[in-house]
Design a protein around this ligand. Sequence first.
Ligand code: AMP
Ligand code: TRP
Length: 332
Amino acid sequence: MKTIVSGIQPTGAINIGTYLGSIKNFVALQQAHPDHHFFLFIADTHALTVPQDPVKLRQAIKELAAMYVACGINLKQTSLFVQSAVSAHQEMDVLLQSFAYMGELERMTQYKDKALKQTSGIRASLFTYPVLMAGDILLYDAEFVPVGDDQKQHLELTRTIAERVNHQFPDFFNVPKPLIPELTARIMSLQNPDQKMSKSDPNVKSKILLTDDAAIIKKRIRSAVTDSEGTIRYDANSKKGLSNLIRIYAALENRTISDIVKRYETSDYQTFKADLGDLVASHLEPIQARYHSLLKSQELIDILNDGQAGAEALAIKKVQRFKKKLGLGLNR
Ligand code: AMP
Ligand code: TRP
């Protein structure tokens, strides 16, 4: 069975950067590969790399699960589950710690960025996080891993770890390929187009949440930072803000950048922004309706239980085989 694996951390409301950079591509990828099974999870253990309020964390897990389903994940082709519920992830993490090197982890830019923002109490799990992530992927012998640009380095490390294990135990892991979308790998903040749109940005005007209502969405886009040139054209260097909006437009309509630029070449920013506001709001409307009904339903719990069983069926066996290869236990 060929597999696709991905996960997102339940660490706050989901914005259109995460949606366009990852979730929307999950759906497209499933359609393009109907013979691949998708192991999709809520990466809750990863969230513990920084302090969390347990009540908020549990709520965020539920919200992310509902959002995955609302965004159109094909459940017939997917095992959707909560990472911590499948303890093989923790076991694989421990085993792979012995196949990753300190120097490799020290080079991870996300670790360096996050550690720099903290003055004390940097958790060991923040440092070893890429190993847990490698385990998430290798447990299912993923063929593809769809992620945004910021996960590229972690995927490279996953491949290195897989190759290192395979060197000792030939063909034990499939070496996964990252799938990073070209157009939407980095959706930028609406207020500062030099920074990516981020869950952790405290400025609410910098992003559009998938749960924002139409009035807010239109307002956020109207106030998005652009430039004073007044001409609608794509230039990711000198017109970062407008180009970011053009990418959002093109991604939502599944069109190319030049299609959109051509359509608006004689328009002004105000018209373009108003149309984009309508487009985002109408795209999100059915997702929001499904999301709110799922959150209250037993259906979501059933989906997660089924997903957990599907994931465990594969993951437990893989861990057992790995332990045996490594010479652990007595294998009676
Ligand atoms: P996060 O929302 O940071 O937990 O990331 C979840 C997934 O969405 C990862 O694959 C990220 O690479 C991707 N992602 C997050 N923010 C963005 C963004 N602004 N643009 C594109 N992809 C993103
Ligand atoms: N580290 C990823 C993020 O922060 C989430 C993640 C955890 C993940 N495990 C994964 C993504 C495995 C893809 C595959 O976005």
